[in-house]
Design a protein around this ligand. Structure first.
Ligand code: AMP
Ligand code: ZN
Length: 119
């Protein structure tokens, strides 16, 4: 756990979240500021700052995040499709520096959602 990391604190249950899924290695919860009808984040519990800090050793963890996306999206009602996104670094629009995969969709045009997310 990294000091003063919001998503480490959420993963440890020290800060509440609207949880979608949890297991030993991963937690998923609804984004506090959704850009679509459904918008949740899939987060490894182990602290990794961003995709830039990952190595080949993280391949299984990264695969797990991606593999969970369609399962959880379906459970949240996104049966017709959704967007996934990982912002990396300040230049990549990242604001919380603990790796996370955005999954969002439903009730909006994808272009509008994207425009909001890259503001
Ligand atoms: P990013 O800009 O890719 O780093 O995404 C960070 C996301 O975390 C944003 O979409 C925020 O709305 C979301 N967020 C920030 N604080 C919380 C929180 N306490 N619970 C859930 N989502 C949050
Ligand atoms: Zn963290």
């Amino acid at each position: 756990m990294s000091d003063n990391c919001l998503f480490c604190k959420i993963a440890a249950g020290q800060i509440p979240s609207n949880k979608v899924y949890e297991d030993d290695a991963v937690i998923a919860f609804h984004d506090i500021n959704p850009v679509a009808k459904v918008h949740f984040l899939i987060v490894p519990k182990h602290h990794v700052r961003s995709l830039l800090e990952t190595t080949a050793d993280d391949a299984a963890m990264l695969g797990k995040l991606l593999a969970l996306a369609p399962k959880l999206a379906r459970e949240q009602g996104l049966t017709e499709g959704f967007r996934t996104m990982i912002n990396t670094g300040e230049q990549g629009g990242q604001s919380v520096f603990h790796l996370h995969l955005h999954v969002f969709g439903g009730g909006g045009k994808a272009e509008t959602m994207m425009a909001q997310l890259i503001q």
